[in-house]
Design a protein around this ligand. Structure first.
Ligand SMILES: [Zn+2]
Length: 161
């Protein structure tokens, strides 16, 4: 069976199958052309788009005609420091509370043996430790809120539930 080759000049040339892979010369323009298997004409058996979802499984569907799967959004991993910042903030808050409780307890015990001068020192120590605790909480809470906000923004951007 002969194959048809269309030259760039428009002339349709016939060549035997045995000539595939060889070179031929166009009788019209004299150009040397490669004799290759002509591309298969595109199949026209497309399923008409009726705008409805076909549920019948008996209808053979050419997988090449299936719609491409939706592009999967690649979700990058969460920045490593989010978890670190949360851990850091909670650690600071915990240590701040612990040190205040410890100093308060020590002051209560020591105050029983204190004269006036020592009670001033003890009171100052407790106030200082209270200040440290409040300071740590005031600094750490915005860090926690910032990480939470960043996680919410990330969830919205990538559609994470
Ligand atoms: Zn030609």
């Amino acid at each position: 069976m002969a194959i048809e080759i269309t030259c760039t000049c428009g002339r349709i040339l016939n060549a035997p199958d045995s000539a595939i892979g060889k070179k031929g010369r166009c009788k019209g323009c004299g150009k040397v052309i490669d004799i290759v298997t002509p591309p298969e004409p595109e199949k026209q058996n497309r399923v008409p788009d009726l705008g409805i979802q076909m549920e019948d499984e008996d209808v053979p569907v050419d997988p090449r005609l299936a719609p491409p799967p939706p592009p999967s959004v690649k979700i990058p991993p969460e920045p490593f420091y989010y978890g670190f910042l949360v851990f850091y903030a909670y650690t600071c808050i915990t240590l701040g509370i612990v040190q205040f409780v410890v100093f308060l307890g020590l002051a209560v015990v020591a105050a029983q043996y204190a004269d006036y001068g020592q009670s001033v020192v003890l009171g100052s120590t407790v106030l200082w430790s209270l200040g440290v605790m409040l300071g740590v909480v005031l600094v750490s809470c915005p860090v926690l809120l910032a990480v939470d906000a960043a996680r919410n923004v990330r969830a919205m951007r990538y559609g994470i539930k």
